[in-house]
Design a protein around this ligand. Structure first.
Ligand SMILES: Cc1cc2nc3c(=O)[nH]c(=O)nc-3n(C[C@H](O)[C@H](O)[C@H](O)COP(=O)(O)OP(=O)(O)OC[C@H]3O[C@@H](n4cnc5c(N)ncnc54)[C@H](O)[C@@H]3O)c2cc1C
Length: 450
């Protein structure tokens, strides 16, 4: 019998990948640093809830979990913009009823995936096992047992690292000659807060929307939870006039929120306490190569390509990784070296593209959404999609509602942006746009590149 595949990390990617591999008949051992979140009340990690989109759902569907996961989700049809006076504007994400994204609890999803992995009968989840390092030449892992305090050595092949943005396996791989890595930490941090349910147990804001308070240099967002609450996230520079550095006491926090997000303050009775109790998180973009060492080691998910969260795609990309690796194994059988090399060849350009688009989307969410020109271009993009279905697809839709590879969505998005800029250069409303010129531009610039 072949030796088990070892996965490091039973987070979102590690748990889903274990299911994919078990379905291929492989034995899988997953080493997870934290205790079992199904038995102990521990924070699930980097964000309480997340937006799940088509790519993630498609990967879940391939292992038969789409329906079970959908039961944990709340559809969000668009961005609900809150201006400084509390006026609201819903900006739909797409134009078809199914073009929505789904709010889901990270813990709920992770637990479901762990249960499904164990239910295959081929996956052993080992908790409290922190992998401290790996010798890539031998495949020897140094594992620290968080309960007993003992350190042991374990030699395994292959090892698939799904140990997240701060991956220890990536660290070991990047120490090899010819490996290279950049870790760009965003100069903005985030902090999670909460809007509890109303006294009647309902959501205090429109439930089927992702709420945004865009303020130019920073923003607040809120995603709904099934229990009637919203998880609220403040994204703010670390330093400067409006920054985490200035929010050092209760008065400063209250004054800042009252000035910047006046309609949100009455909904957050524990604002000040939570602000000082909850951790402040950093956000990082990781770009590295190689992702694999022959057939012995492979990085997936955030371990290979952590991105900032502003496109809501980190988990979706990590799930797409799992499904793509499964396809590579279809093509190459148990020839791990070829499957891993093919995986990196296919995924790396896409990881680069979504990393860029996620950074760009921060500016869109916190600032551009308020700009009338941006809103005109958004309306025009929908109109062009209606006139040229399957040819002109707004970039946001390509990323969130389609399975077009990210790199292709980025390339086509660049052409489309040029078209939108040209058509709106002198337009103030949709009626001012020359739609026949638009049709010509699309035929000339876009259609030949399909
Ligand atoms: C604020 C925020 C909001 C986000 N929102 C979204 C969103 O809306 N939509 C979306 O798609 N993505 C979102 N993301 C991104 C998403 O969280 C990640 O892309 C996703 O969690 C990646 O999954 P992963 O399994 O690769 O890593 P992780 O989920 O980080 O899992 C890593 C696992 O490895 C374990 N581990 C770590 N180190 C070790 C070790 N040394 N030994 C053993 N185990 C270890 C960890 O305990 C964890 O269980 C968001 C991220 C942040 C920070």
């Amino acid at each position: 019998m072949s030796s088990p595949v070892h996965i490091v990390g039973a987070g979102l990617a590690g748990s889903l990948l274990a299911i994919f591999l078990a379905r291929r008949g492989m034995e899988v051992i997953v080493l997870e640093r934290r205790p079992d979140m199904r038995r102990e009340d521990i924070p699930a990690g980097r964000s309480i809830n997340l937006a799940l989109a088509n790519r993630g759902l498609a990967a879940l569907a391939r292992v038969g979990l789409e329906e079970a996961v959908r039961r944990l989700t709340i559809p969000m049809r668009g961005r609900m913009l809150h201006d400084e006076r509390g006026a609201l504007q819903l900006v739909p994400y797409g134009q078809q009823p199914h073009e929505v994204i789904h709010s889901i609890s990270r813990a709920g999803l992770n637990k479901l995936l762990m249960d499904a992995a164990e239910a295959t009968g081929r996956v052993e989840l080992r908790f409290n096992q922190r992998v401290d390092t790996m010798n890539p030449a031998t495949g020897t892992l140094t594992v620290y047992d968080e309960v007993s305090g003992a350190t042991s050595q374990l030699t395994a092949a292959p090892v698939i690292a799904a140990d997240g943005a701060g991956s220890r396996i990536r660290e070991a791989l990047m120490a090899l000659p010819d490996a290279h890595e950049t870790e760009d930490v965003l100069p903005h941090d985030y902090k999670e807060l909460n809007i509890p349910p109303t006294a009647g147990g309902c959501h205090a804001l429109e439930v089927n929307a992702l709420h945004i308070w865009p303020r130019g240099g920073y923003m607040l967002i809120a995603l709904p939870n099934l229990d009637g609450s919203f998880t609220v996230t403040l994204f703010l520079p670390r330093e400067g006039a409006d920054s985490f550095a200035t929010l050092t006491d209760a008065g400063a926090v209250r004054a800042f929120f009252t000035r910047a997000f006046p309609d949100a303050v009455p909904l957050m009775p524990e604002l000040v306490d939570s602000f000082f109790t909850n951790p402040t998180g950093h956000m990082v973009t990781v770009r590295c190569a190689p992702w694999n060492l022959a057939g012995r080691v492979l990085l997936v998910g955030d371990a290979a390509h952590a991105i900032v969260p502003f496109h809501g795609q980190g988990m979706n990309a990590a799930f797409e990784d799992c499904s793509e690796l499964d396809r590579c194994l279809d093509a190459h059988g148990a020839d791990w070296a070829r499957a891993f090399a093919e995986f990196m060849r296919l995924r790396k350009p896409n990881a680069e593209a979504i990393a860029d688009m996620a950074l760009e989307n921060y500016v869109e969410m916190r600032d551009a959404v308020r700009d009338p020109r941006f809103q005109l271009q958004k309306a025009l993009a929908f109109e062009l999609e209606r006139r040229h279905p399957g040819v002109f697809i707004p970039r946001y839709s390509m990323v969130m509602f389609h399975h077009i590879p990210y790199a292709r969505a980025q390339q086509r998005g660049t052409i489309q942006q040029r078209i939108l800029d040209a058509l709106t250069a002198r337009a103030h409303a949709l009626d001012d746009v020359d739609l026949e010129a638009a049709d010509d531009l699309i035929e000339r610039e876009l259609r030949p590149r399909i």
